[in-house]
Design a protein around this ligand. Structure first.
Ligand code: PEP
Length: 264
């Protein structure tokens, strides 16, 4: 037990990214098992990002639970001839609060570049949703000593020139690409260094008040066994892929993370 939880003013956000997993029936079964496990959790906000096809059902099942609905991606136009795409108003209508933007799988597999991520992020804000902006370096970039340069480039492209009010609402997920789905977790020191760097960069551009409001999550092979130690001073929650598919494991992560912080 951590007798001295990490004090902060920001409420940690523990978000599940189910990626391309779970049919509607499987999503229902997950929530049946998961909701009773986290009923008494306080001190951390929970969000679930199912595939688009399960958003409506999951949204209905989350109603009145205090758990937020999130989408895994979005397109930046509100409507139009964009076959296969989903717009911010469509996500709002279903009750989404958060939208993951710029996940490394989108950047790598679907060739999303910084400019596209920026357009999506702005569209999310414009429609009253909150982006979870994913940033992170590859192993090659890390080995070349370019971690901070990459984080700065991705963050700058996404938020420079936006209002401090919007930026204060933002959730940034620091997700080292080499730690996603690999079982290889960053050390708490690495997670803290990345989160601290991102926050100080926001402080430089938008001021201390905004930097204090921004929540910076860590993502990359988070599990119940390491969730608590990863909630360091500048880490305000986690974005969880693989372990969020299992109700027991995800509930374990939520509880461990919530126990690691005290909100003032
Ligand atoms: C993710 O995809 O955002 C992620 C962190 O995945 P995993 O937890 O499986 O590493």
């Amino acid at each position: 037990m951590n007798a001295n939880p990490n004090p902060r003013t920001r409420r940690p956000l523990i978000a599940a990214n189910w990626k391309m997993h779970k049919t509607v029936a499987e999503a229902r079964a997950f929530l049946e098992a998961f909701l009773p496990l986290v009923r008494d959790v306080q001190g951390a906000e929970i969000a679930i990002a199912p595939p688009f096809t399960a958003l409506q059902t999951v949204g209905e099942l989350l109603r009145d639970t205090g758990i937020a609905l999130a989408a895994q991606d979005v397109f930046y136009e509100p409507q139009g001839a964009y076959t296969g795409e989903i717009s911010p108003p469509m996500l709002r209508e279903l009750g989404c609060r958060y939208v993951i933007v710029g996940h490394s799988e989108r950047r790598q597999l679907f060739r999303e570049d910084d400019a596209l991520v920026r357009r999506k992020l702005e569209a999310v804000f414009e429609h009253g949703l909150v982006p979870i902006l994913c940033v992170g370096e590859t192993l090659e970039e890390r080995r070349a000593g370019r971690t901070e340069a990459v984080l700065e480039r991705q963050l700058r492209a996404a938020v420079e020139g936006l209002s401090a009010e919007w930026v204060g609402e933002l959730v940034v997920a620091y997700e080292p690409v080499w730690a996603i789905g690999t079982g290889e977790t960053a050390s708490p020191q690495d997670a803290e260094a990345g989160a601290k760097f991102l926050r100080s960069w926001i402080r430089e551009l938008f001021g201390a008040g905004t930097a204090e409001r921004v929540r910076v999550q860590y993502g990359g092979s988070v599990k119940p066994e390491n969730a608590r130690e990863l909630m360091t001073e500048n880490v305000d929650g986690a974005l969880v892929g693989g372990a969020s598919l299992d109700p027991q494991k995800f509930a374990g992560i939520v509880k461990e993370a919530a126990a690691a912080v005290s909100i003032s």
